[in-house]
Every structure is written in structure tokens, then in C-alpha cells.
Ligand binder design. Structure first.
Ligand code: G6P
Length: 421
């Protein structure tokens, strides 16, 4: 379950009514693009894809020997799996992410791995990302050196169904390769094999995750009054004059979720609109309660330039009772007999009230609990919110022209043919 609380934005219900026609228009415009295969809206269909789910499960069952799973990928090819695996890894498989190009941590990882027990998953939609290709060169070579002909069983690719260097490699070497549908972009791909494959090895409940995402789809297509993503998109839209949107999650298990959201929001919406105006708000990641002791001072008393979104679980799957300890009655007595989760909830509520009291614009999204179902719902909800905002802000939420120059300059510096001066 996902529930929106706007109790400190008393003007919102009226604004939602007034903006009804605009919101419905935005949804209509988005859905009209569905017919166009170039439109990159394939993420809407991923929760229904039971065939891929079966394939991923079969692959997991056929490889029971895996003890270490190394994901080579960056941006949309790493942030989603990282966030979900951290939340739902119920297996003994250890996960490692090479989403960087710093030699020392790569070397440390290689020195600690047993190649016979390691599965390497190179993930890239384009098959052209320098960081991922560099990591692939290192790990492919390492597997070959240690395993001889058996290396192929230890490398699985996740990439475009037809194009790119990874697809070509898979075909040439007869490697297993899962497909990211052509019309699904990186930051919208978490429910494709990009996320499902690692999560199958993590032993997560994939069916529940997709079921939650299907619920988000249902809600996104529901009438206005029940339509959660149109509501949160409007909240973001009404506050677009505030440069910052904080995404603060009260869950240690979901500690990598803000980073996934930052890419989704910033890379989708921070760009030039149809008239060439610069648009977008800057998503700032935050974690509760840790950031109460780091960022909340600024959130309360710093500039009123933020919309703050709290994501708070309403229930714990399991609570931990705080015991009574003699000698600590003075400072800690009020905690005796309380649940740890009770403390977490109280802190989230207190932060919510304190931020509102300081005049900050803030709302809360409650998750029934940190479960695959609720989190699947949340992820897909945020993708809908982003897509609706793309319509409202008149930008293409599914491209990223602003990162191309940096790539071309990197290629030129490294002497890639065709990119020299
Ligand atoms: O999956 P890949 O094609 O390797 O892309 C990985 C990432 O890098 C690119 O530069 C894009 O800005 C991101 O949107 C993308 O998620």
C-alpha cells in the first residue's frame, strides 16, 4: 500500500481540483505516445512480463553454484538492482557492484573473489558505456585466465535485444544474454532483467514486486480522485519554482533508493523544454534518521527553497523490543519496552512536523511496510510521476542529450577513432 499525506499543505486539495483538466490532459498526451514504438514507454508493460520472470527464474535455478554476484553497470544499469538487492537480499549470495572506474576497489574485489563461485553480470542498454566496457574487459580477462573454456558459464549479459557491443559479444561467444526491451531506457529498466536477474539470485519475491508495480499501473490509469501519481506530479509541479526537491527515506533497507530516484528525476526532467528554457528541480537524496543528524538543520532553518518528500513505512515486518537496562533509567528509561520501529516512526513524524513548523513545504508518502509489493508499487509510482512531469514541463523525460558531450570528450581524450581533434 502507498498512501499520500499532505496535511501540512492545506491549499493542495483545492489546487488538485483546479488542475484536474491539466492533469488529465497530461496523462492523455502521455498515453497517446504509447502507440509510437520510439516513445520509450515500454516500462509501463514490464510488470506484466511473466515470460521474462520465468526465464530469469530458470536461469537462477540452473546456476545454484553462485556465491558471489558481480554486477558491471552504471546509472540506470546499476542503481535499481543495488537499491532492491540491499532491501530484499534473503540469500547467502554476496553482491558486488562495479559502477565506477577506480582501480583500487576493483583490484581489492578481484583479489577477494573465487572465480569458480562467481557470476559476472555485465549490464548495459547501449553496450557503449565506457565504464561498463572497461569493467567487462577486466572481468572477462580474469575469468578466462582462471577458468579456461569454462569462463562462458560465469558471464551473463543484460543488454539491448539486437544492438550494441554486448549483444555482438553474446552472439560471437555463445553467451547467455537477457534482453532490455528496445523501448525501455536505463533509468526506467529496474523491473526488466536489469533488476530481476540479480534479484532472483538474491532470493527476492519477484512476483510480489511485479504485483506491486501492476497496482501502480492501475492507480495511474484510475480516475483523478484516486490517482496517486497525478497527485504527486502536481505537488512537484506546483513547487517547480523551488529549486530543490528532497527525497528522504526512513528505511535503512531502502538506503540506496534515493540515489535511484535522483537519476530518475534529475536525468529525466532537468533539460531544455520545447521553447529552449532550462527546466527541472534538483533532487537531493536523504536518509532518515541519519540525516536528522546531518541535513535536517539546513532543511529546517536554511533557505525556503525546497519541497521535501518523506517516504515512511507505516509498519515493520518484525519489530525489536528495547530491553530495560539497569543504570540507564535516567537517559534511556523512556525507551525501555518500546519497539525500535516505534522510535523510527516517531522520528519520522517528528521531522515531518518540525519541517512544516519551520515553514518548509513537505509531504509524506507512506509505504504499508518495506515489502517487495509496496516497494514495487513505489518504484513504478515514481516512474509514472516522472513521466507525467515530463508532459507538464514539456520535456522529453526519456532522453539525456546533456550527457553526450562529456562522453565524446572522454572518447577524444582516450583517442577513440573518430573522436580525435
Ligand atoms: O545502460 P547503459 O547504456 O550502459 O547506460 C548507463 C547510463 O549511462 C548513460 O550515460 C545515461 O546517462 C544513463 O541514463 C544510463 O543509465
Amino acid at each position: 500500500m502507498l498512501r499520500l499525506d499532505t496535511r501540512f499543505l492545506p491549499d493542495f486539495p483545492q489546487a488538485f481540483k483546479e488542475h484536474g483538466p491539466l492533469l488529465l490532459q497530461a496523462r492523455e498526451a502521455l498515453l497517446a505516445k504509447r502507440k509510437d514504438p520510439q516513445s520509450m514507454l515500454g516500462w509501463m508493460d514490464l510488470p506484466e512480463d511473466t515470460e521474462t520472470l520465468r526465464e530469469v527464474r530458470r536461469f537462477r535455478e540452473a546456476n545454484p553454484w553462485v556465491e558471489d554476484f558481480v554486477l558491471l553497470g552504471i546509472g540506470g544499469s546499476a542503481l535499481g538492482p543495488k537499491a532492491l538487492e540491499a532491501a530484499f537480499n534473503g540469500s547467502s549470495v554476496r553482491f558486488h557492484y562495479v559502477d565506477h572506474v577506480e582501480p583500487e576497489p576493483v583490484l581489492r574485489l578481484l583479489r577477494g573473489l573465487d572465480p569458480r563461485k562467481t557470476l559476472v553480470n555485465a549490464v548495459s542498454k547501449s553496450g557503449a558505456t565506457a565504464e561498463t566496457l572497461a569493467a567487462l574487459l577486466v572481468f572477462l580477462n580474469w575469468l578466462r585466465e582462471h577458468l579456461g573454456e569454462d569462463w562462458r558459464r560465469h558471464l551473463v549479459l543484460t543488454t539491448d535485444p539486437k544492438r550494441g557491443a554486448l549483444r555482438a559479444l553474446a552472439e560471437r561467444e555463445g553467451l547467455r544474454a537477457f534482453a532490455i526491451p528496445e523501448n525501455v531506457g536505463g533509468r526506467f529498466s529496474v523491473l526488466s532483467p536489469v533488476g530481476l536477474l540479480p534479484l532472483a539470485f538474491a532470493g527476492a519475491d519477484l512476483e510480489a514486486l511485479l504485483m506491486g508495480a501492476r497496482k501502480a499501473n492501475e492507480v495511474a490509469l484510475a480516475p483523478l480522485e484516486e490517482n496517486l501519481p497525478l497527485q504527486t506530479a502536481l505537488l512537484q509541479h506546483l513547487h517547480r519554482h523551488l529549486p530543490v526537491t528532497v527525497f528522504m527515506v526512513y528505511s535503512e533497507r531502502l538506503k540506496y533508493l534515493p540515489a535511484w530516484f535522483v537519476q530518475l528525476h534529475d536525468e529525466s526532467l532537468g533539460k531544455r523544454d520545447e521553447e529552449g528554457n532550462r527546466v527541472g528541480t534538483t533532487a537531493v537524496p536523504a536518509l532518515g534518521p541519519q540525516d536528522q543528524h546531518a541535513q535536517v538543520q539546513l532543511f529546517r532553518e536554511g533557505p525556503l527553497d525546497k519541497l521535501i518528500v518523506l517516504v515512511v513505512p507505516e509498519g515493520a515486518t518484525e519489530d525489536l523490543l528495547l530491553p530495560r537496562v539497569e543504570g540507564l533509567e535516567g537517559e534511556a528509561g523512556y525507551l525501555f519496552g518500546k519497539g525500535l520501529f516505534q522510535l523510527l516512526k516517531a522520528e519520522a513524524e517528528a521531522t515531518y512536523q518540525a519541517l512544516a513548523e519551520a515553514g518548509q513545504r513537505v509531504y509524506t508518502l507512506y509505504l504499508s511496510e518495506v515489502s517487495p509489493y509496496a516497494v514495487g508499487w513505489l518504484l513504478q509510482h515514481l516512474m509514472w510521476q516522472t513521466a507525467f512531469l515530463g508532459e507538464l514541463w514539456r520535456v522529453n523525460a526519456f532522453d539525456q542529450p546533456g550527457v553526450e558531450l562529456g562522453k565524446r570528450l572522454t572518447f577524444a581524450l582516450l583517442g577513440r577513432p573518430g573522436y580525435g581533434s
